[in-house]
Design a binder for this molecule. Structure first.
Ligand code: CP3
Length: 329
């Protein structure tokens, strides 16, 4: 998630003199902000500081990240001719700073680093709409009206994600996550027909690397099985879906990640801790990665985040020692 984003004072201090894309382009800065939440919160994994738009920006696509809004393009992608602007991504040529940041972060970290890429639907939506959208109307319209253009765009975006993830793992990332944040706007049939093939290419394209592959989306309760079918080892779910139900639907071969409501982090500890316990309870221990259901809100208190991490550690270690098999989870 955008976890360091906006809630940590030490992150804000860096942001005072550098915009997001500059932090992403400067390996020392990117590595430093990657480490910040690990140092302060004691979480069990770090996520690389970068953005889903970074490969596209590095290839010359005119995307700006506007604070409080998100990625914005002056010239959206709407035709076959526009597609020429989305070329082949060569990580070592276009964005060597990403691998450099991974190497610097991994050298300092005592926990695994998660590399990531934007999912094809989510990136296509920014490219087609020209900015964030609630309904993704232009995106879905293009998908239905120009299936050939859609397929070519998604296949290019899948190749970009695959190349980017491979470069991050080569540089030392120990897990990968595909952020298909906005796919929840699609029906099951549309997802299966218009997005699943591209998603499956990404997961197949990193399968030989042997790292866990996480597939996350918001409002994707009805898409969980398909997101697993794409080839993910772990499916991330938001707070709407009870984790025990997600697990029942996904089966024992797929782990789940999630799913504390980010807004619960704004409640007093007595309320928040109940939410945390409920997530752990429904997550069921082994095969569950505790996380928020989406990114940390800017107004969240870092102290509350720290208490959540402590609570999860405390409850998980109790669960381990009382587990009937006695095995470490
Ligand atoms: O440490 C971390 O925060 C992880 C690094 C990270 C960022 N973006 C940096 C960032 C990650 C994993 C992302 C992923 C990302 N970016 C997603 C997928 C995950 C999700 O949240 O659904 C999406 C959809 C984006 C696109 C994007 N970039 C949005 C919607 C925004 C928010 C704009 C805003 O200000 O509300 C961004 C900007 C961005 N990227 C921030 C961070 C930390 C926001 C904070 C800031 O302005 O410094």
């Amino acid at each position: 998630m955008r976890q360091a984003g906006r809630s940590l004072p030490e992150y804000r201090a860096v942001r005072e003199h550098a915009d997001i894309l500059r932090i992403c382009r400067e390996p020392e800065l990117a590595a430093e902000v990657t480490l910040q939440p690990v140092r302060r919160l004691g979480v069990d994994a770090a996520i690389l500081f970068s953005d889903i738009t970074v490969p596209l920006v590095a290839m010359g696509v005119d995307i700006k990240i506007v604070p409080g809004t998100g990625p914005v393009l002056e010239r959206p992608i709407r035709s076959m001719a526009d597609l020429e602007r989305i070329g082949q991504f060569e990580p070592n040529t276009h964005a060597p700073f990403v691998a450099d940041a991974v190497r610097l972060a991994v050298a300092e970290l005592e926990v695994p680093l998660i590399g990531f890429a934007g999912g094809p639907f989510t990136l296509a939506s920014y490219l087609i709409e020209g900015g964030p959208s609630k309904t993704h109307t232009l995106t879905r319209k293009l998908m239905y009206c120009e299936p050939e253009l859609w397929e070519q765009l998604l296949s290019r975006l899948a190749d970009i994600a695959t190349a980017s993830l491979r470069a991050q793992v080569d540089a030392g990332a120990q897990a990968v996550q595909v952020f298909e944040s906005w796919a929840g706007v699609l029906s099951v049939d549309s997802y299966r027909r218009f997005v699943l093939p591209a998603a499956a290419r990404i997961f197949a394209g990193v399968a030989d690397l042997g790292v866990p592959r996480i597939h996350f989306g918001v409002g994707t309760g009805e898409l969980l099985e398909l997101m697993a079918e794409a080839g993910a080892d772990v499916v991330g779910v938001d707070w709407r879906v009870p984790l025990d139900r997600a697990r029942a639907r996904l089966g024992a071969q797929t782990a789940v990640q999630g799913n504390l409501d980010p807004v619960a982090c704004l409640a007093p500890w007595e309320v928040l801790s109940e939410h945390v316990d409920a997530v752990l309870e429904r997550g069921g221990g082994r095969g569950h990665i505790f996380n928020l259901g989406h990114g940390v809100l800017p107004e969240t208190s870092p102290d509350m985040l720290k208490r959540i991490v402590e609570r999860v550690h405390q409850r998980s270690s109790t669960a381990q020692t009382t587990s009937p098999t006695g095995g470490a989870d």
